[in-house]
Design a binder for this molecule. Structure first.
Ligand code: PLP
Length: 383
């Protein structure tokens, strides 16, 4: 079976350094907010082009704490995409605010920034763009609307560490950037982990305070906070891996370019594309996923599985149709581009160590799978 992701290969590559880092941390006896967390916070902030970083328990808490730090709470609305992982809207709900969805751009799968303006109400406080699959959102338009209307921007960069928009790293463009080190992300640890980056010192200081039970000093608590810290052991692991991230992301882009070239010959498959950006801004995708669109997605997926190729569907049900968000009152048809994406999207094996031979097998299996599971004639896949 060609897996969609194989984390054991990365461990084997860095085994000596990783084992040494874990043993050194265990022996040193500082397990919470020790020197590795502090060092990683500086290194990751520098890497992502931000002044401050705060290690937290996971990417979901990073979003939650960033929103709390910006004092977003009950009665407030946050504009976001319905085509993402549940953590995005969950974090908005957990601070007591209401997620307000706008539909996605069918080409990039990211929220359609031209729809934001119409979704703003007097209660809107922030925009929460998600750089899905590693592809930057239209930050020119998003930042333009946010600045004109006095809204905060919290970037969900869980899938996009290292991606750039107009020469800047994602996460450093809005008021706060949120990262996840879940094992499958482009930079993953051996469990859960996350980080918030922010230029503004007051945002940074509030995240620091809130991640440790809402207190600036031990046993003095000014607000209800969370217990959400990045483990020292995970920080030690991440510091071994961070210097390799650029190389890994470059490998992902090479693999994506090769998929593009090979799949251009395969009818019925829509490969991921960017669109020209506002003002000619450049954008560099880090291909957390390589996600195609196919008409009979479930048929193609089953055929691929039978021929030894693992694929995944990120995500089969858009957030506005999730039971948890029933109270928002949306139904089928509310966000047609997101619904169509959820029906047609299929993520192919993508990890830096994927070999040319494996990739060739994915492509030939996919070509065969689409031949026997063609799209309906009246509904070709894609935008
Ligand atoms: C993974 C992910 C998160 C949450 O990160 P965790 O570390 O798993 O909590 C949030 N948003 C998106 C888009 C993600 O992919």
């Amino acid at each position: 079976m060609i897996p969609i992701l194989d984390l054991k290969l990365q461990y084997q590559l860095l085994k000596v350094a990783l084992d040494a880092a874990m043993q050194e941390t265990a022996a040193a006896g500082r397990y919470i907010l020790g020197p590795h967390v502090k060092a990683l916070e500086s290194e990751l902030a520098a890497y992502s082009g931000s002044r401050n970083g705060t290690g937290v328990g996971n990417g979901t808490d990073a979003l939650h704490l960033a929103l709390r730090a910006l004092r977003i709470g009950p009665g407030d609305e946050v504009i976001t995409t319905p085509f993402t992982f549940i953590a995005t809207s969950e974090a908005i709900g957990m601070v007591g605010a209401k997620p307000v969805f706008v539909d996605v751009d069918p080409v990039t799968f990211n929220l359609d920034a031209s729809l934001i303006e119409a979704a703003i109400t007097p209660r809107t406080r922030a925009i929460l763009p998600v750089h899905l699959y590693g592809r930057p959102c239209d930050m020119t338009t998003i930042m333009g609307v946010a600045r004109a209307r006095g809204l905060f921007v919290v970037e969900d960069c869980a899938q996009a560490l290292g991606a750039t928009y107009d020469g800047r790293r994602v996460g450093s463009i809005g008021d706060a950037g949120c990262f996840s080190f879940f094992p499958s992300k482009n930079l993953g640890c051996f469990g859960d982990g996350g980080m918030v980056v922010a230029d503004d010192d007051s945002v940074f200081e509030r995240v620091e305070m809130l991640r440790r039970h809402g207190g600036r000093q031990k046993y003095r608590h000014s607000e209800l906070g969370l217990n959400s810290r990045l483990d020292e052991l995970q920080a030690a692991v991440l510091r071994v891996k961070l210097p390799h991230l650029e190389g890994w992301n470059a490998a992902r882009r090479r693999i994506a370019a090769r998929y593009d070239a090979l799949l251009a010959e395969v009818p019925g498959v829509v490969t991921p594309r960017d669109r020209p950006r506002a003002g000619g801004a450049s954008s560099v995708c880090v291909f957390h996923q390589y996600t195609i669109r196919v008409g009979d997605r479930d048929g193609v997926r089953a055929a691929l599985y039978d021929s030894g190729v693992e694929t995944m569907v990120y995500y089969p049900v858009p957030l506005h149709l999730q039971e948890v968000h029933r109270d928002l009152g949306h139904g089928p048809g509310s966000f047609p581009n997101a619904e169509r994406a959820a029906e047609e999207c299929l993520s192919l094996p993508m990890f830096p160590e994927l070999t040319v031979a494996q990739q060739d097998q994915v492509v030939s299996s996919l070509a065969a799978a689409v031949r026997v599971n063609p799209p309906r004639a009246d509904a070709p896949a894609g935008p």
